[in-house]
Design a binder for this molecule. Sequence first.
Ligand code: SAM
Length: 345
Amino acid sequence: MKIWIDQLQKEHTLPSKAYYKLLTCSDADSMEYLHRQAKEVSLAQFENKIFIRGLIEISNCCRNDCLYCGIRKSNIHIDRYRLTQKQILECCQQGYELGFRTFVMQGGEDRVQSINWIENVVKEIRHQFPDCAITLSLGEMSYSDYKRLFDAGANRYLLRHETFNPTHYNQLHPKEMSAQHRQQCLLWLKEIGFQTGTGIMVGSPYQTIDHIIEDIRFIERLQPEMIGIGPFIPHHDTPFASQEAGSVELTLRLISIFRLMFPKVLIPSTTALASLGNEGRLKGILAGANVVMPNLSPSNTRKKYSLYNNKASLGAEAAEGLKLLNMQLQTIGYEISMERGDYKG
Ligand code: SAM
């Protein structure tokens, strides 16, 4: 197994059968070696610095009905909200004072917050915080809408492809949505010039190892600047309520594989990983992740952005908990970087 890991580190790609072996390997020493090599690569690129992004969850209203997601439109049990432009700018101001230089606006595909409205918010953030990066994660849009947001001053866009395989995609999404359209959106984002992030949920229902290898190949072709890998976690008010959560070990393994494939890529240690407990956030960093996205949303809406059960949003997950986060990072020899943290390819 070590031969494959060394080859991945050197050549940044492997034959599919080797990915299969890595993803199914049960030898603890080999996995420790994989994580150690990935951590070394991450340290060589970013030293012991972890970039932070202030996450603002702007709306939990969504026109989509993804079977895994707690804010899907058929969930009648959640209390829907939309932040106003004023609230978003207050979040940015609070974040700026805490030291954040990247704001991530994430939300459901909410057509009440129209493209004009989002464009105005982006322009206003760009105007008030000219030295900050603006990241959007607002789902699928047309080429021209993405272009408007880029021209308004947004720099980065996160859109996980979720799963490359069309049959698997259809098992997770309603029939109006397609893997092909999601992937097309990612190509548009790259073409327009966004630093683009994609990724998957690990352990989503019906996912197989072969699906994950298709995801690795897609990511290899896309060459994204950011890769978000988090475990699937069930939400009690969705059709997948009784499904098992994804594996932390497999998530960490994929973080390490992507770090060896793409030494410079930005990889968050995700909230979903942290939400499964046992210091998931720190384990992600030790496996090669280099970004953390603390929650900057107003405290009274955090619980309402309920994508899955027991989503972490307090303590070191919260923007106001930066000191605590830094103390936790220091226990493993890392610290927060206050830089903007752009992709440097
Ligand atoms: N609407 C935007 C989009 O579609 O990309 C952004 C919001 S969406 C809720 C953000 C991400 O949350 C999705 O890409 C998905 O991977 C993740 N997510 C949703 N439900 C989840 C669950 N039950 N477990 C883990 N991650 C989940």
